[in-house]
Design a protein around this ligand. Structure first.
Ligand code: FMN
Length: 193
């Protein structure tokens, strides 16, 4: 199979259907600042296609500030019960406002309010202070008077240049297949474990 997206689709589907995997869409996102200092955190995959792998977040958060100054990103899924890891590397680009609106508006009202009031990654007096801000905002909005997506909340799409599929093997003899983009095609290499 020479299109890694087809393999990803099969693996992702199998992970989604595996009972002991509570959220197959959880992926580690690595970014680095302009000096190359790395940072990682977990985000949720909200969609993928030929254009890349998408997640949503606060655009003023640490990850977004790093992506704005250095768009190189890496993603990593680990589906332990299947003994599988997928690594994806490429450049991140902000999704369109339209796409961000559609996803924002699909979220539960309280999640939308949370995204509205959260100054993600910046210091907060206390968790109670956040809950108070949410309560205050809840009194201003309802399902019939919902908040508009704030400009500080959107998504990123990572356009893959490399995708590696790692299948656990016995005695650490794992099977690694690395797909590297070459224009509109992919070359595949098997790597030592
Ligand atoms: C399972 C899980 C899923 C998460 N999903 C997201 C997400 O989709 N978007 C997001 O902004 N943060 C998500 N978070 C929180 C991030 O890991 C992180 O704490 C937050 O985005 C701030 O990261 P930053 O300071 O590096 O920007 C998730 C955390 C966990 C544990």
């Amino acid at each position: 199979m020479h299109n890694p997206l087809e393999i990803f689709t099969r693996w992702f589907k199998e992970a989604t259907l595996t009972p002991f995997i509570s959220d197959a869409s959880a992926m580690t996102l690595a970014t680095a600042d302009r000096h190359g200092f790395p940072s990682v955190r977990v985000v949720l995959l909200k969609g993928y296609d030929e254009r890349g792998f998408t997640f949503f977040t606060n655009m003023e958060s640490r990850k977004s500030l790093e992506l704005k100054e250095n768009p190189h990103a890496a993603l990593c899924f680990y589906w332990q019960p299947l003994g599988r890891q997928v690594r994806i590397e490429g450049m991140a680009q902000q999704v369109s406002n339209e796409e961000a609106d559609i996803y924002y508006n699909s979220r539960p009202l309280v999640s939308r309010i949370g995204a509205l009031v959260s100054e993600q990654s910046r210091p907060l007096d206390s968790h109670v202070a956040l809950l108070k801000q949410v309560e205050e905002a809840k009194s201003r909005y309802s399902e019939t008077n919902p908040p508009k997506r704030p400009a500080h909340w959107s998504g990123w799409r990572v356009f893959p240049e490399r995708i590696e599929f790692w299948q656990e093997g016995k005695f650490r003899l794992h099977d690694r297949k690395l797909y590297t983009r070459t224009g509109s095609n992919w070359i595949v290499q098997t790597l030592y474990p």
